[in-house]
Write a protein that binds this ligand. Structure first.
Ligand SMILES: Nc1nc2c(ncn2[C@@H]2O[C@H](COP(=O)(O)OP(=O)(O)O)[C@@H](O)[C@H]2O)c(=O)[nH]1
Ligand SMILES: [Mg+2]
Length: 224
């Protein structure tokens, strides 16, 4: 039976000095470079056009956006990276924002998005290091699959993962055609269900120990 998103609502945005909403549910976050299709993916999954803002102009989302799904879990749109015009100061702010969020112990699962047509960038690699550093369970998703012929999609998606240095598997996804949507929903169902069975707030105590400074992971990828 397919997992269905019946109700999706915007909860709140958080900047680097804001507090996060109270954590009572599993939390699934979406990361990737600016313009890779994060907001489009959230909209496509939720069957809503404007839940998460999508934009032609890269680098507009500088906040963490929290969405409540079915009253069952939280979906989190993280600010993108790799925007060429970001200043040093903006990059540093992005780094602080992400580090605070990723080290919070809130994240149940992370979907990292890569453009199916391109090799992962230096920023993608840096982001992947953060994920491994904080030991956050993740799934790789290769976006814009509709840009490639159907016969090439699976292989190209897996190649993205391999080039990132991850086990060679990524979900090929298109928010335009819905390609890969049922696979993504199945993955979501599995991670949310596993977390709920754990008692929901297990991530609080399972979080890796960090000193909050985590100097080993700088420089942060460019902010978007
Ligand atoms: N062809 C195609 N275009 C996409 C897809 N997903 C996103 N886009 C386009 O890519 C641009 C950036 O998308 P957006 O979701 O705002 O990216 P974000 O910056 O990662 O949130 C927009 O012009 C989208 O219409 C996709 O699956 N296929
Ligand atoms: Mg966006």
């Amino acid at each position: 039976m397919e997992f269905k998103i019946k109700k999706a609502e915007f909860i709140t945005s958080a900047g680097k000095d804001s507090s996060y909403p109270e954590k009572t549910l599993a939390e699934v976050a979406i990361v990737g470079k600016s313009n890779v299709g994060k907001s489009s993916l959230i909209n496509a999954l939720c069957n809503m056009n404007k839940l998460a803002k999508t934009s032609q102009k890269p680098g507009k989302t500088r906040l963490i956006n929290f969405f409540g799904i079915n009253g069952e879990f939280m979906l989190v749109d993280l600010p993108g990276y790799g925007f060429a015009k970001a200043s040093k100061q903006e990059q540093a702010q992005w780094g602080e924002l992400m580090e605070k969020y990723l080290s919070s112990g809130r994240v149940t699962h992370l979907f990292m998005l890569l453009d199916i047509r391109h090799e992962p960038t230096a920023e993608d690699r840096q982001m992947f290091k953060y994920i491994l550093y904080y030991a956050i369970p993740y799934t790789l998703v290769a976006t814009k699959a509709d840009k490639l012929a159907k016969s090439r999609r699976k292989q190209a998606a897996n190649k993205c993962a391999k080039l990132l240095g991850a086990p060679p598997y990524a979900i090929a996804f298109s928010s335009e055609t819905g390609d890969g949507k049922s696979e993504l929903l199945e993955r979501l169902r599995a991670v949310v269900y596993a977390d709920t069975k754990d008692g929901g707030d297990a991530t609080e105590t399972d979080a890796p120990e960090t000193d909050g400074g985590a100097d080993g992971i700088y420089p942060a990828p460019g902010q978007a």
